[in-house]
Design a protein around this ligand. Structure first.
Ligand code: GLC
Length: 568
C-alpha cells in the first residue's frame, strides 16, 4: 500500500531559507563519530582469548576506512575484572591482559597518523576493593585513607547482628552496604560489592582522581567518557529510600535511587573537571554517562554556563519502538531542548542489548538498521557507535547460567541474563573464531558470525557496513550534513521521519526515512511544477528501487531511506 505524503517540498521551500548555525569554528567533536571499543572483545593479538591494545592497533586501518573520528576504550587499567575493568585497581597503568603503557603510547601515535583520537573511560565513583587505597582504608578506623570511602557503623539487629544503616540497594542487586575489614563497619557501594564508592566529600579523593585524569591527558588521550558520573554523591542523612511496589530481577523491592544519585554536588565537581579540561590544548572532550528521560535535566549536565560536561550522553533513543512519532520526538528534543548544545546520541553500548534486536522485526532487520543509522548519523549530533553495530551484530545472551560471565547475570538469572550478550567478540570474518583470536575466546563467538562479519560486508554494495560508511562520508564531505541546522518536516506523519539540513554554504539536504513495513510515496510535484525546486539529487539511497525515483516523487520501500540535495 502506498501512502501519499504530499507537499513535502512546499514545506521545505516555505519554511527553510539557508541558515547558519555555527559561527565559531566547530570543535573537532561537534558532529564527530565516536566508536566505542570494548577492548576484551575487539581483537586478540596473543592468543589468550582476550582482546588487547596491539589487537586494536592492528585494526586501526579498518576504523579509518569506516571513517570514525575517535575511539573510546572502556577501562583498560589494572583490575581484578569483576566488572570487566570498571573495578579499577590502579588508575595510572595498563592491565597486563591488555598490554603495556608502551602499547598505549603506540596506539595513540598510530591512531593519530590515521586522524583518529583516543578517548579513555574514567571510573570516578568507585575503585576496585583491591585498590591500594581501599586496602588501606579497610585496615583500621584511624588509617589516613579511612575517609576516602564511605564507611558507616550501621545498626545493631535484635540478635546483635550488624545491619546496614538504611535500606539502600546496589544497582546490581541487594544491599548497598557490605561489612569489611578489621572493624565491624560497613562500606557503601552503588555497584558490585567489589566496587566500594569513593568519598567525594573528601578533597584528597578529588585531588587523587583529578591527578589520574591528568595522567592520561598528559599521555595524549583526547578526553574521557566519565563512568556513572551522576552517582558520585549520596544524601548525607542516609534516610531510607522509597521502594516498591513489586520486586526487580534480583528479588529486591523495586528500588528508587533518587537519594543515591544526581545530587547537586556532582555539578560542582564537573565544573572543576571542565576547568581542568580547558587548561589543556587541543579541545579535550569530556563525555559523561547520564541516563535521563527528562531533557531539562539532561541539558543541566552541559552546565548552566556551558561549563560542565561537553557531551552528556543522550540515551533517549535506546528504549524506543521503531515508530516515526517517537523517533521524531526524541531527535527533535535533542535539537531543541538542550540549550543549543550538540546532542550525543547513543543507540548501542556495552550495557544494553544491541539495537539490531531491540529495533528489529525479524523480517526487515537490515532495512531497519539502516533507517536507525540514518537517524543517528543524519541529524546534527555527535554520534556514538558501538563496535559491531556497523555490521549488525546480534545480541547473543548465554543460554545456561553456568556460562554467564557478567555477575549481574548470575544474581539475576534468568530474568536478568547480564550483559555478555552485547559483549561477544567482534566478527571480522567467517572463520572459526571470526578472526578475533587464535585461542579460546573469553566469550563464545556467536554462530551468526558465519554470515554477519566484516569480510562479508566490506565490499558489498548493499551491506549495512557500506551504508554506515556512506553516512559517515557524507558527514565528512557535505557541509549541510555535518553542520546544518536540523528541521523536521511533515511533523504529523505516522509513516516517515523527514528532515532537512540547512547551512549557508551549501544546498539543503533532505532526509526521508520510512518507518513502516509498507511503501510510502513522498510527492514533491507541486513544487517542481511551480518551478520552486528543480528536483533532488540523490546523495545516498538505501534500496535499489530508490535510484529510479523521479525528482518529483520519492517512493520509499519498507524502512527505505532517501537522502538528496535540493536543486534550485
Ligand atoms: C557504568 C558502566 C557499566 C559498569 C558500571 C559500574 O554503567 O557502563 O558497564 O558496570 O558503570 O562501573
Amino acid at each position: 500500500m502506498n501512502v501519499r505524503c504530499s507537499g513535502l517540498l512546499a514545506l521545505v521551500v516555505a519554511s527553510v531559507l539557508p541558515v547558519s548555525v555555527a559561527t565559531a569554528k566547530a570543535r573537532w567533536w561537534e558532529g564527530a563519530v565516536i566508536y566505542e571499543i570494548y577492548p576484551r572483545s575487539f581483537q586478540d593479538s596473543n592468543g589468550d582469548g582476550v582482546g588487547d591494545l596491539p589487537g586494536i592497533i592492528s585494526r586501526l586501518d579498518y576504523l579509518k576506512a569506516l571513517g570514525v573520528d575517535a575511539i573510546w576504550l572502556t577501562p583498560i587499567y589494572p583490575s581484578p575484572q569483576v566488572d570487566f575493568g570498571y573495578d579499577v585497581a590502579d588508575y595510572t597503568n595498563i592491565d597486563p591482559q591488555f598490554g603495556t603503557l608502551k602499547d598505549f603510547d603506540r596506539l595513540v601515535a598510530e591512531a593519530k597518523k590515521r586522524g583518529i583520537r583516543v578517548l579513555m573511560d574514567m571510573v570516578l565513583n568507585h575503585t576496585s576493593d583491591k585498590h591500594a587505597w581501599f586496602l588501606e582504608s579497610m585496615s583500621s578506623k584511624d588509617n589516613p585513607k579511612r575517609d576516602w570511602y564511605v564507611w558507616n557503623s550501621g545498626r545493631t539487629g535484635k540478635d546483635g547482628k550488624r545491619l546496614p544503616p538504611n535500606n539502600w540497594q546496589s544497582l546490581f542487586g541487594h544491599s548497598a552496604w557490605t561489612p569489611a575489614g578489621a572493624t565491624s563497619d560497613l562500606y557503601y557501594h552503588f555497584f558490585y560489592k567489589q566496587q566500594p564508592d569513593l568519598n567525594w566529600r573528601n578533597p584528597a579523593v578529588e585531588k587523587a582522581m583529578f591527578d589520574a585524569v591528568r595522567f592520561w591527558l598528559d599521555r595524549g588521550a583526547a578526553g574521557y567518557r566519565f563512568d556513572a558520573v551522576d552517582t558520585l554523591f549520596e544524601v548525607t542523612d542516609l534516610r531510607d529510600a522509597k521502594e516498591g511496589p513489586g520486586v526487580n530481577a534480583y528479588g529486591d523491592p523495586a528500588p528508587d535511587f533518587t537519594l543515591q544519585s544526581k545530587q547537586p554536588e556532582v555539578h560542582d565537581v564537573l565544573r572543576r573537571l571542565r576547568a581542568l579540561a580547558d587548561s589543556y590544548p587541543g579541545d579535550r572532550l569530556f563525555m559523561g554517562e547520564i541516563y535521563s528521560k527528562d531533557m531539562a535535566e539532561l541539558a543541566s549536565w552541559y552546565g548552566a554556563k556551558n561549563d560542565e560536561l561537553h557531551l552528556p550522553m543522550n540515551m533517549a533513543l535506546l528504549p524506543l519502538d521503531v515508530d516515526a512519532a517517537s523517533f521524531r520526538k526524541a531527535l527533535e528534543a535533542g535539537q531543541t531542548q538542550l540549550g543549543g548544545n550538540v546532542p550525543l546520541f547513543v543507540t548501542d553500548n556495552h550495557d544494553q542489548p544491541r539495537s539490531w534486536d531491540r529495533y528489529g522485526d525479524k523480517t526487515n532487520d537490515t532495512a531497519i538498521a539502516r533507517a536507525v543509522a540514518t537517524m543517528l548519523l543524519g541529524t546534527r549530533s555527535t554520534a556514538l557507535l558501538y563496535y559491531g553495530q556497523e555490521i549488525g551484530m546480534l545480541t547473543t545472551a548465554p543460554t545456561r547460567v553456568e556460562d554467564v560471565k557478567d555477575p549481574i547475570g548470575i544474581t539475576g538469572w534468568p530474568k536478568e541474563k547480564g550483559r555478555d550478550g552485547e559483549r561477544t567478540p567482534m566478527q571480522w570474518d567467517g572463520s572459526k573464531n571470526a578472526g578475533f583470536t587464535k585461542g579460546t575466546p573469553w566469550l563464545p563467538v556467536p554462530s551468526s558470525a558465519a554470515t554477519v562479519n566484516v569480510e562479508a560486508q566490506r565490499n558489498e554494495q548493499d551491506s549495512l557496513f557500506t551504508w554506515y560508511k556512506k553516512l559517515i562520508t557524507l558527514r565528512h564531505t557535505n557541509a549541510a550534513v555535518r553542520d546544518g541546522l536540523t528541521t523536521f518536516l511533515d511533523r504529523d506523519a505516522q509513516h516517515a521521519v523527514v528532515w532537512l539540513r540547512t547551512v549557508k554554504s551549501a544546498a539543503p539536504v533532505v532526509f526521508a526515512v520510512n518507518m513502516k513495513a509498507e511503501a510510502v510515496t513522498l510527492t514533491v510535484a507541486a513544487d517542481v511544477a511551480q518551478g520552486r525546486v528543480k528536483g533532488l539529487k540523490p546523495l545516498a539511497v538505501s534500496h535499489e528501487v530508490l535510484k529510479s525515483s523521479t525528482p518529483d516523487a520519492i517512493s520509499l520501500p519498507p524502512f527505505g531511506v532517501y537522502i538528496g540535495q535540493i536543486q534550485r
